[in-house]
Write a protein that binds this ligand. Structure first.
Ligand SMILES: NC(=O)c1ccc[n+]([C@@H]2O[C@H](COP(=O)([O-])OP(=O)(O)OC[C@H]3O[C@@H](n4cnc5c(N)ncnc54)[C@H](OP(=O)(O)O)[C@@H]3O)[C@@H](O)[C@H]2O)c1
Length: 205
């Protein structure tokens, strides 16, 4: 797939590398193309390139948001109507809300007239996105959103990174719950000092 990853930091970099390895065509949407870390990321895998945010979003089938939540308002105000795009929102607005919006997906839905938004890849650390396998067992991913087709695409992209099941938390109204799940991971990893090599997996019988 042609995937635009907006933001080339910890999360954007991890997702870009994983999907490039799986054969996807990744365009990073960035504001500074001279950044040496960005050049290293582009050179690390064939299938990764970088351009401005607008160009990256325009040519993509799927847009992945790996920006600070508060940057989403300015960035998405510059992108216009995105009603034909699938958008995967990997941000967390736990510590900094995007203005008066509840979370980044809420902002994008209203600013860009987009209903095909999936919240995903926000509930675990970027290290787990780079390597989602523990003792041979893939860890799980979690998503929420209203559009079935967008969730199917997201679930496939999660599997392409090496995650186990991508559990469906439900509709768009469940997005705050996914941000709280991210907070649970942060609490264990950082506040309770378990470190970032921890992950969630749902057991079923
Ligand atoms: N870190 C994690 O483990 C983790 C896990 C799950 C979810 N998240 C969420 O994922 C998002 C990204 O986190 P991160 O750790 O990857 O952050 P990061 O390493 O700081 O990367 C943020 C990226 O966003 C870019 N950016 C910031 N403002 C921008 C703007 N106005 N226009 C264009 N690009 C802009 C930065 O570009 P510059 O280099 O030009 O500043 C950078 O490439 C956050 O919402 C975070 O809460 C993080």
């Amino acid at each position: 797939m042609r995937i635009a990853v907006l933001g080339a930091g910890n999360v954007g970099g991890a997702l870009a590398k994983g999907w490039a390895k799986a054969g996807h065509q990744i365009t990073l949407g960035v504001r500074d193309r001279s950044n040496p870390d960005l050049q290293a990321l582009i050179n690390s895998h064939s299938g990764i390139s970088a351009t401005g945010v607008g160009m990256a979003a325009k040519s993509a089938e799927v847009i992945v948001v790996a920006l600070p939540a508060k940057a989403v308002i300015d960035v998405f105000n510059s992108l216009g109507d995105l009603s034909d795009k699938i958008i995967i929102d990997a941000t967390n607005s736990l510590f900094s809300k995007p203005g008066s919006y509840n979370h980044a997906s809420d902002a994008i839905r209203k600013i860009n007239n987009c209903s095909r938004i999936v919240k995903c890849f926000n509930t675990t650390g970027y290290e787990n996105m780079e390597n989602p396998v523990y003792q041979g067992e893939p860890i799980d991913m979690f998503m929420a959103g209203d559009d079935r087709e967008a969730k199917d695409v997201c679930s496939k992209l999660s599997a392409d990174l090496g995650f186990g099941k991508c559990h469906d938390f439900g509709g768009f109204d469940r997005i705050p719950l996914l941000e709280q799940l991210a907070m649970a991971w942060i609490n264990l990893a950082v506040m309770q000092k378990k470190g970032r090599n921890i992950a969630f997996k749902l057991l079923e019988r």
